[in-house]
Design a protein around this ligand. Structure first.
Ligand code: XMP
Length: 528
């Protein structure tokens, strides 16, 4: 089993056809927020036969980086018959232009490219604009396009225009086909969410079937059906919410045929192992296999400074430990992973070229091949915030559910240069002070992720009458929605000075504290 696709009641799903836009995922998110089910599929798999089988109540064609105005290049497309199947379709940006061409209109390169916030003018009324905009209004939307529809296809009418494009939105009301040149899925189009809701509910008549209680029942049922009696499932617990929720679903489904392994690799945060053990004791009736492997991980990391090397060594060492534990427990046929929907769709490249690796993210990916294990990934359809809802549905405590993300390679990627036990211990203490201060100040839930980075640089200081020569550290706090982009959190200077004092006064080995102002991009959230 490599996936566990949710099957919504027939006719209740919105199918999103991906043409490679950077923001396609946001369309799915907007729809899921309405408790409606949506799935993203790359355009090349979406044939009329597929659509009849999938039986969506509506289709959304995403934006994309290609141009339809340059005729000599093969631009991504779908079979135009899909637009004649009686299913409502909304085309966004590239999706609108493609709809225009497939229905007989013309697309040209625009003399004026429009990027960012743009004022448009509403030219007609439509159920798509219902309760949002009326004829004559001039709202602001977010644009990002170089091409535009120049001539309307037969049967379509213009429902919005801009200074540079006569057809910023068009509609064929009878066929329920709509196109918008702007992006309703991004936050910068203030009423975009309502437009998407209008399309989904008023035009497609989608009914709410996507709730966490229904997902939980479905996921548990599917796991039960797919794991044969006599076979056991190994679940690697990282201490994070994804693996814990995965384990909870499996536990409900297969009880004591679940084997949970937690590896203390010496790279965890302060008190992390004890917290995971206690949470596990309270919520599971199977034992947790805790492997104390600090020595093995740190000795393999000794002298290694290259970030990618560190990540690889840690990944391989995890696999070695899990392999040993799997053999020890016996009859393991499956490996459970907390893979999320963004991981699944990020791996789809609509143009078929491989995207460049910024960091090799850690999971236990090598284990299934080495051990001939099948994968169980019950969270494959979920976004991170949906996993949080599911965690609450599964009665996991709030303090755990709202914890900041923590990377698989742990503190190793927060210690640039060589990783040693002494450095990990210093970092653990400083990090705990920062996090506790954020909690006390009521700021912990305001930032998306916060942590300390220990620099491999020492500087001179003075404490009392003594000269010090100790490490510097960096406080990192970011706001983000999904970790893909991030901004430095604007923390109060007095607060930061208080944290710096506490760290310098209580952590031996640190005599200087700095604050990281970098956003992502151009930086990444972690330092390595
Ligand atoms: P970056 O540093 O790439 O991080 O901006 C984005 C988010 O991902 C987390 N992160 C990881 N999570 N395994 C994980 O499970 C990893 O190898 C990994 N590396 C980074 C990071 O903490 C941030 O939340």
């Amino acid at each position: 089993m490599t996936s566990s696709s949710f099957v919504p009641p027939r006719g209740d799903a919105i199918l999103i056809v991906d043409f490679g836009s950077q923001v396609t995922q946001l369309i799915a998110r907007r729809i899921r927020e309405l408790s409606l089910y949506s799935e993203i599929l790359p355009y090349h798999g979406v044939t009329p036969e597929f659509v009849s089988r999938f039986s969506p109540c509506g289709i959304i064609l995403s934006g994309g980086p290609d141009s339809l105005s340059i005729s000599e290049r093969e631009a991504p497309s779908i079979d135009g018959a899909i637009l004649d199947m009686g299913i409502p379709v909304l085309g966004i940006c590239y999706g609108m232009q493609l709809m225009g061409i497939l229905c007989g209109g013309r697309v040209v390169r625009s003399g004026h490219r429009e990027f960012g916030s743009t004022t448009i003018r509403i030219e007609g009324s439509s159920p798509f604009f219902s309760g949002v905009w009326s004829k004559g209004e001039t709202p602001t939307v977010w644009m990002s396009h170089g091409d535009k529809v120049e001539s309307l296809p037969l049967g379509f009418e213009s429902i919005a225009s801009s200074a540079n494009a006569p057809y910023v939105a068009f509609a064929h009301e009878e066929k329920r086909l709509y196109g918008v040149q702007f992006h309703p899925e991004v936050h910068h189009t203030p009423q975009g969410g309502v437009l998407i809701e209008n399309f989904a509910r008023n035009v497609c008549k989608a009914r709410s079937s996507w709730t966490m209680p229904s997902f939980r029942d479905m996921a548990v049922g599917k796991i039960r059906e797919s794991i044969p009696r006599g076979k056991r499932v190994l679940c690697a617990l990282s201490g994070g919410i994804d693996s814990m929720v995965t384990a909870k679903l499996l536990h409900e489904a297969i009880g004591d045929r679940l084997v949970c392994v937690y590896v203390d690799n010496g790279l965890m945060r302060k008190d992390e192992t004890e917290e995971v053990e206690s949470l596990f004791r309270d919520h599971f009736s199977v034992p947790l296999d805790v492997c104390r492997e600090e020595e093995r991980f740190l000795s393999r990391l000794s002298g290694v400074e290259d970030p990618e090397q560190k990540r690889k060594i840690i990944g391989h060492t995890f696999i070695d430990v899990f392999e040993e534990r799997a053999l020890h427990h016996g009859s393991i046929g499956y490996l459970a992973q907390g893979t999320l929907y963004p991981d699944v769709i990020e791996s789809v490249d609509v143009r078929g070229s491989s995207s460049s690796t910024i960091k090799s993210h850690h999971n236990v990916g090598g284990l299934p091949e080495r051990m001939d294990l099948e994968l169980v990934e019950p969270l494959r359809e979920l976004f991170k915030d949906e996993v949080r809802l599911l965690a609450r549905e599964l009665s996991l405590p709030d303090r755990f559910v709202s914890r900041h993300p923590f990377p698989g390679p742990g503190l190793a990627v927060r210690i640039p240069g060589g990783v040693t036990k002494a450095r990990c211990d210093i970092l653990r203490e400083a990090d705990a002070i920062f996090i506790e201060s954020l909690r006390r100040a009521g700021l912990y839930d305001e930032v998306w992720q916060a942590f300390v980075v220990l620099l491999p640089v020492r500087s001179v200081g003075v404490m009392g009458d003594d000269r010090t020569y100790a490490y510097g550290c960096v406080l990192r706090a970011v706001t983000s929605v999904d970790g893909m982009t991030a901004a430095c959190a604007s923390l109060d200077m007095k607060f930061l000075q208080g944290v710096a004092n506490d760290i310098i006064n209580s952590v031996e080995g640190i005599n200087r504290v700095t604050f990281d102002l970098t956003s992502k991009p151009p930086g990444t959230i972690e330092w390595e």
